[in-house]
Ligand binder design. Sequence first.
Ligand code: SAH
Length: 347
Amino acid sequence: MKKAWSILPEEWKPILTERGMRAFRADQILQSLYRDYIGVWDEATTLPKDFREDLKREFPITAAEVLDVSESSDGTKKLLVGFEDGNSVETVLIPATGRFTQCISTQVGCAMGCVFCASGSQGVVRSLAADEIVAQYMLARKFGEITNIVVMGMGEPFANYDETMRALKLINAGKGPNLGARHITISTCGVVPGFARLASEGIQFELSVSLHAPNDALRSQLMPVNRRWPMDELLEACAAYTKATKRIITFEYTVIKGVNDSRRCAEELATAVKRVPMAKVNLIPLSPVSHRPDFKTPDESTMLMFLDVLMKSRIQTMLRRSRGKDADAACGQLRLRNLNQNKTRKE
Ligand code: SAH
């Protein structure tokens, strides 16, 4: 049994043939799924009833539902998406001028344990299957036309590489939702083997790397993944990626007051980033998380000092705002509140 939302458009014909089903219906199926955005097979009224019954049996549409919507004063909406087994993840919809960005999750929780991140503070329950990642997008479409996807929700995409990639390829597919590859950004905390794999895909997804510290001593404290793949290896993998793909890498640097916010840190960051040709930096002020009250948001002047140091090193740098704060939808805040409230899927 394969889930409908995990099958790539070009796979439908052979899969139908394999099962002795009418393969000429593949295009109709794709239109129902990704033009009409049906949520259950019975809505595919262009298909004969008996065929729909076969589809239901052989290729069920993922039973995922929006359990809760919280809206932030800045228009950001956070959806809690529940799956059949009672697990849930969060996905965030972020409106901006000319854009409607969706932040999607790839795992229930996260195993990476970054100390400033709410998802990381709870460990990982399980990885999502491709159809469950696609389901987040399908449900989000009811709130508007999604123009961009960032894989920056719960989970580490490179720790769930195959399912994440299948989902993104599907969303990108011309006969699928057809969202442009350059509008899809994958973010990793630095799981090094993922870089070469992504480069070999030959797809122009954008890649972000969560750096957050400029040297091994500090980075290993903040991000345990650095003990497995230290900065030398990480930056080498980044450089190889940009060389192979001719694509830019964006380094994310979350500034935490008194932790990684000194001028020395900014200078070390500039030196580190310079090792990667075609790199840019996003500076993000920490969004406070309840499990680490000692971690504070930096002052504006600190952000500007970082910006100044990086710009003077001729590194393309952006100051980012964290969106969705009052709905607990900001960076790294996903999941925690719902877990604390012990919210479960309603049946
Ligand atoms: N695992 C992936 C993607 C998920 S996290 C990764 O690490 O890149 C998305 C981004 O939010 C990462 O850059 C992460 O480090 C950042 N983040 C986590 N907690 C944060 C916080 N409290 N404040 C600001 N950014 C945070």
